[in-house]
Design a protein around this ligand. Sequence first.
Ligand SMILES: *Cc1c(COP(=O)(O)O)cnc(C)c1O
Ligand code: SF4
Length: 458
Amino acid sequence: MIELETPPPGQPPASPASFEHRRLRDGTFWQTVPRYAGVDEATFLDHVWQGRNSVKTPEELFATIEGLVDETFIADAREGFELAPMAVRVSPYLIAAIDWSQPYNDPIRRQFIPLRSTARSDHPRLTFDSLHEQQDSPVPGLIHRYADKVLFLPTQTCPVYCRFCTRSYVIGPDTESVDKLALGKTPDAWGPVFDYIAAHPEIEDVVISGGDTYQLAPKNITLIGNALLAIPHVRRMRFATKGLAVMPMKILTDPAWVDALVGVVDRGRAIGKEVVVHTHFNHPNEITAITARAMAVLFERGVYVRNQTVLMRGVNDDAATMLLLVKRLEYVNIHPYYVYVHDLVSGVEDLRTSVQTALDIEKTVRGATAGYNTPTFVCDAPGGGGKRDVHSFEWYDRETGVSVWTAPSVKPGKYFLYFDPLNALEPRMQARWAVPELQDRMIADALAHAGGTVAALA
Ligand SMILES: *Cc1c(COP(=O)(O)O)cnc(C)c1O
Ligand code: SF4
């Protein structure tokens, strides 16, 4: 008779890897960048110094990383910038977080510094402003797509400029290839936004984004916060900022800004309204001991923070990296909220992944930690359907990469299409996308399977 060994009850001892999320980069790590070798902690933590020393041109960037990378990389990046539709801005914090011994593979480099050698042509069905935000904009600087919530864009600048920005049609100064639309950016321009929200009693939720609310002066945080809290039907507000991911030290060294934010949060709490921060981390390396200190301040002062991540090839498109990101976020008291399938943005085809990648990673992430800290993986349906759970497609043809979506509570009766990047498809399928009639046929086929028609496309 075979004797079965009964395992002891409970879990086996945890592997060292399962503690990786607690190992935050600490000390004067920035001093490995020659330019910052003599920068002491007090200086590096100064948000004014971070802003002043953010690189704002490719040449400034190259001067900063001189000696860390070879000429081939510099030439590749120089040509990459010439192709890019975004302006450049990278904080010293991020430059120091990049592993310059592996600049081609580094997940932070990929997000901020384009390379000619990895550039891919756009998908043939990609259009600028793929989310059709301008069609849902009743007054400049406001997007009203969902019944009970609006997106307010009070500023056009950010502490950094991300290559993959969905709003590259409006964010940042003009670049060689794009003239930015002029959206509201001064307090004078906000009046019509407040009036519109006040006149629409169905609006309960306001996302204050941009641009980035890190760029708003403390008095404007207060002005916007008070104006919105004063509208009786506004119940919830979120200040969106990428700042925590790219310049966490502002929370430690800009008390006026933190006080303004906490002031709005506290006033909201006193009158029964929720005011929170939404931020945007994409990779575990963006979270350091400085982030943990910044989050300790916000947590202690009662500011709740949620995170939105963009799924990107070579950045976080494997389950181990995404899991580490989720675990590290929750470790510093940031709640993982969404992971987005990359929007159809021009010039960043090298960063997009397929819907299938999102489905696969979600399967691994779910179950690894608390359910309330498990992000929902979504696809922001191009054409204005809003965010849809990646599992909820009406039809998904993995061969052509076409997925079909509906959004009954957002645009009833309409159909929306997302296209996987061509580089995720078989060469035979990539060739089909080169022929316009075949494109139309692949789209019509997918719509037919989904029970829709070309006429019902958003
Ligand atoms: C993302 C977004 C919102 C907020 O959506 P949630 O799913 O509630 O996070 C609101 N308006 C617009 C236009 C958006 O894109
Ligand atoms: S911080 Fe946000 S809004 Fe600004 S460039 Fe990056 S993704 Fe775009």
